[in-house]
Design a protein around this ligand. Structure first.
Ligand code: ARG
Length: 724
């Protein structure tokens, strides 16, 4: 799953991240602590490698073949020439961006039969983890006299110099991340490559087979993979894109096993999980179920419907909107599933009982006894404003033009000052230009105008009138009988009148030297006016409640984790996911989703054929794949029954951001790429369910079968180390 969209959503989903002690297969472990925390247990599960082969700073190890892909996914190196595998949905944006109506790689697939044909994917980068170091002592020493309220603003000043020292005289980048809700801190050093090229992808009908219908579900028949290559300068170091760059020589690349797998085989996944909230409280669960999730789903539902309507009309629109549509749809379904399973899996009750135990233990302990009373008050104070925040971010700012209009907030502020700060103005304009680029990429007049009209009406109807911006009255003065009609008429006028859609006018505006005139034009524009009315109303009157809530939840959350660790000193804790490298281990495992139903651990090409429905674009099977199937032209990629395996499941503990992660057997060989979670465990980011939670992986044999038989890319097969 793509992390950009997850983060945008998670940032305001009321919740907090706390660590949980690992159950049997639960746990997103920090690689640097494996030998100390998990190694013996991993061996018990079947691992046949040494701790140094998994993670080492000085010698090459598994971690040197795992990349943070595009800032929201994971990828793995599978040859000594920098060849990468990730998911199709991770390469999706790059593939769609490289596609045209004439060369529609998204629809038709793409295979580079030599390096010269590989396509540079702009804006795509990958990062290797060089090292991670516990810097808790150092950071805490500097934080000890700073009140918690000031931590967030003080941290950059503290960690900045540490990062600088750690990356001195290198081309590396670094950052410090808090773990265990700010009870620990780790410094990460990364190496970032920016010349990344598309090598191959199956057709969308294979890479996204089953579409949104099958998304987040098992049994699955999706060939969710795509291939890229990392290029470096002649010195093997990162270099900006250039024809003269050469394939990167990695420190380690994964050998690939096509020996096949069986139930209970050892499996591990190394990657960059984005976010979990495993120690969310019962109050957070309640708010998500009652209000936050249904609000997100309602707003996304509408946006998707309005997008789809236009996308179905024309290939150009479809290509332009495809990636954004997929992102919105992915988390639309995620929140439907999460709500359903939070209820079904009784997560609220589970949390309540954990909290009762904790409260009993904490009684009389000054540091801990007020956590839950404080949280209760924080939730109570915040509750009346929660929905407003969701509707602002997912609604108003979900309308592309209004979102772009909101980008003028800083500029207006600066222009209203008595003296002009030219440097700050320059930065504000730069920010606007950046947002303009994004806006122009996704802009479609009909879709945008329809979305704006629809979400303004939702806001008018669903948000407490006392919280509306005064400007709502202007909107509702528009022609029409119903609120919907009025908002639609208003949106139409906005699109007709704004200068933001006129590139020449916009460019002239951004270059204006007369700042008085500039301010006047800015304030006169109706799209900016509308966007800023909602934004300022929120910022000036309601943001303070969200901030106070966020701070209370973070502060009490930190105390809660600390208390939990103190309460159970023998338990092994792992920090919540935060886009840093983790390892999860367990086994290949089937499951029983409900009474009388058993799901085996793998699917095959036969199932792809069974699901085929030529009348439904989500279940179209390419003719060539059918031919191969009927001719049983499977090459060396069959299982013991002569079938081509497609996907399999493990009980590994992953989340969004892990998409594309290597799934690795006991010997360190690649057996698949993780690409999804399962429906029955959609509550998993908040509570891990041992019985139900599974990781869905595309089988590496399906990947290789498609590369060789559908793509004809023998060149790629030849460069990989395939073990039979
Ligand atoms: N649910 C998957 C994830 O978040 C993404 C699947 C993309 N495929 C799709 N049909 N939308 O990792």
């Amino acid at each position: 799953m793509n992390l950009k969209s997850i983060l945008a959503v998670m940032l305001f989903v009321a919740s907090f991240n706390v660590a949980k002690a690992g159950g049997d297969d639960e746990g997103m472990w920090l690689p640097v602590l494996l030998s100390q925390n998990n190694y013996n247990d991993m061996v018990k599960h079947g691992l046949k490698m040494t701790p140094e082969q998994l993670y080492s700073v000085n010698k090459s190890s598994m971690k040197d073949a795992v990349v943070w892909f595009g800032g929201g996914c994971t990828g793995e190196v599978v040859s000594n020439q920098g060849l990468l595998i990730t998911n199709h949905h991770c390469g999706y944006d790059a593939i769609a961006s490289l596609s045209t109506e004439k060369y529609n790689y998204l629809h038709d697939g793409f295979w580079a039969l030599n390096k010269e044909s590989e396509l540079h994917a702009e804006d795509l980068s990958v990062q290797f983890l060089v090292s991670m170091t516990d810097v808790t002592k150092e950071v805490m020493e500097k934080l000890k006299d700073i009140p918690y309220e000031k931590w967030q603003s003080s941290l950059p000043g503290i960690t900045g110099p540490m990062v600088k020292a750690a990356t001195k005289d290198t081309h590396y980048e670094g950052f410090v991340r808090e773990m265990f809700k700010g009870n620990q801190f780790y410094l990460f050093v990364m190496e970032k490559f920016t010349d990344i090229r598309l090598v191959g992808t199956a057709t969308e009908s294979i890479g996204k087979y089953g579409g949104d219908t099958d998304n987040w579900m098992w049994p699955r028949h999706t060939g969710d993979f795509s291939m890229f290559r990392i290029y470096a300068g002649k010195d093997n170091k990162p270099a900006p894109y250039s024809k003269d760059n050469v394939p990167y020589k990695p420190k380690h690349s994964f050998p690939i096993s096509i020996k096949g797998l069986q139930e209970n085989d050892f499996s591990m996944v190394m990657g960059f999980p984005g976010r979990t909230n495993r120690y969310e409280t019962s109050m957070g669960v309640q708010l998500a179920i009652d209000e936050t999730n249904p609000s997100i789903v309602k707003l996304r539902d509408k946006r998707l419907q309005l997008m789809k309507q236009e996308m179905d009309k024309n290939v150009g629109i479809r290509l332009q909107q495809a990636s954004r549509y997929a992102q919105i749809a992915n988390y639309w379904k995620y929140f439907i599933g999460q709500t359903e399973q939070l209820k079904k899996n009784k997560v609220w009750d589970r949390k309540k009982s954990e909290e009762a135990t904790f409260t009993g233990w904490a009684s009389g302990k000054e540091e801990y006894q007020n956590i839950f009373p404080n949280l209760e008050k924080a939730y109570k104070d915040y509750r009346p404003y929660n929905k407003h925040g969701v509707y602002l971010r997912e609604g108003v700012l979900g309308a592309p033009l209004l979102s772009f209009g909101a980008a003028f907030l800083d500029l207006e502020k600066l222009l209203m000052k008595d003296t002009m700060d030219e440097k700050a103005l320059e930065n504000a304009i730069k920010g606007i230009r950046f947002r303009q680029g994004f806006f122009e990429k996704i802009y479609n007049p009909t879709i945008d105008q329809n979305i704006a009209g629809a979400i303004l009406a939702y806001f008018a109807n669903d948000i407490d009138k006392a919280q509306h911006p005064a400007y709502m009255a202007t909107i509702l003065k528009s022609k029409g009988k119903t609120t919907e009609e009025k908002c639609a008429a208003y949106a139409k006028m906005v699109y007709a009148k704004t200068f933001l859609l006129d590139t020449a006018k916009l460019s002239a505006f951004l270059n204006m030297k007369d700042h008085k005139k500039q301010l006047k034009q800015l304030q006169k524009d109706i799209a900016i006016q509308c966007a800023l009315a909602f934004l300022k109303n929120y910022n000036d009157n309601y943001k303070k409640y969200a901030d106070a809530f966020g701070l209370a939840v973070a502060k009490e959350g930190k105390a809660y984790v600390k208390g939990l660790m103190e309460m159970s000193p023998a338990r092994k804790f792992y920090p919540d996911a935060n886009s840093t490298m983790r390892l999860t281990y367990g086994n290949v495992k089937s499951y029983d989703p409900k009474d009388a139903v058993h799901y085996t651990y793998y699917t095959t090409l036969k199932g792809v054929m069974e699901k085929e429905d030529p009348s439904n674009e989500e279940f179209e099977v390419p003719a060539k794949l059918k031919e191969l199937y009927l001719a049983k032209d499977f090459g060396q990629y069959t299982d013991k029954d002569g079938q081509v395996p497609v996907a399999f499941i493990t009980n590994n503990d992953i989340t969004g951001g892990n998409s594309g992660s290597p799934v690795i057997n006991a010997n360190g060989e690649l057996i698949g790429a993780a690409f999804d979670g399962n429906w029955e465990a959609m509550s998993g980011d908040i509570s891990f369910d041992e019985q139900l939670k599974r990781t869905i992986c595309v089988d590496i044999r399906y990947v290789l079968f498609l590369v060789e038989k559908m793509g004809g890319a023998k060149n790629l097969i030849a460069e990989m180390d395939i073990r039979k």
